[in-house]
Design a protein around this ligand. Structure first.
Ligand code: BTN
Length: 254
């Protein structure tokens, strides 16, 4: 197993992201360790990585299967100085930042799945804890890099850079992604989601297509027309009617 991620600090070309770094051979969840570290004073931009996670978490309480050595499992500690009212769209800005740094053309599936060839290359889990007027935020992401074999339930829906013919060291992937992610998040925190929206829409393969959204109120079918300035998905219901705002969804299929 390569230990390349341990040397992240000498690869990053960022202002803050990854300049302070902690690597684990195995950890429960890099998000949990980053949150704990923030409580102990980790600075803005500190990064936790691991070769394996024993309790990797996905969105909506799902498990993120995290076998050793092949992939990037990383969490960044963010301490934004001020937050705007659209801060809830941070996951979409993270998706753009990561996609821009990957060595392959990546599409986005709302809200923040990283898709190549119709399959999931990576996922994002942002978690915040409010500290008075501002949040401590952990931006976690997993990117499948070298993995070539997936469990039966993932074979048809997951992919990796290696399976897409891209052979690259994990540390190169992560160092480049941290650069583009830092840039997008600085823009997002300063100017809001509206400043990232066009870049998101340009990569969002769902736009203009019929999608089925499993939302808290039930299932909605319609054409995904675009995104609102706060990151909500704008859906024209099948059969017509007023544009619907989808703010949270269990699942979206195209
Ligand atoms: C998803 O698509 O459901 C989100 C997956 C997020 C996985 C990453 S791996 C690093 C970080 N630590 C975790 O426990 N989860 C995120």
């Amino acid at each position: 197993m390569s230990d390349d991620l341990r040397r992240l600090r000498s690869f990053v070309r960022t202002r803050a992201f990854g300049r302070v770094h902690e690597h684990h051979a195995a950890v429960g969840s890099t998000n949990d360790r980053a949150a704990q570290w923030m409580g102990e004073g980790a600075p803005h931009g500190a990064v936790v990585t691991a070769d394996a996670q024993t309790a990797g978490r996905g969105r909506r309480g799902r498990t993120w299967v995290s076998p050793p050595g092949d992939n990037v499992y990383a969490s960044v500690a963010l301490r934004p100085e001020a937050v705007r009212s659209d801060f809830g769209a941070i996951g979409l800005a993270v998706a753009v930042g990561i996609a821009e740094g990957l060595p392959i053309e990546v599409e986005l599936k709302w809200p923040n799945d990283l898709i190549v060839g119709g399959r999931k290359l990576g996922g994002i889990l942002c978690e915040s804890r409010w500290m008075g007027a501002r949040p401590d935020v952990v931006v976690g992401f997993g990117i499948n890099v070298h993995q070539r074999e997936f469990a039966e339930e993932l074979v048809a829906i997951a992919t990796s850079l290696a399976l897409q013919g891209v052979v690259v060291a994990r540390v190169d992937v992560l160092a480049t992604v941290l650069g583009t992610l830092e840039e997008q998040l600085e823009r997002f925190v300063r100017d809001g989601f509206a400043s990232v929206r066009a870049a998101y829409e340009a990569r969002c393969a769902m736009l203009g297509r019929m999608v089925v959204v499993t939302a808290p109120g039930g299932e909605v079918r319609g054409i995904a027309e675009g995104l609102a300035d706060d990151g909500a998905l704008l859906l024209r219901p099948d059969g017509g009617g007023a544009l619907r705002r989808i703010e949270a969804a269990e699942d979206v299929t195209a």
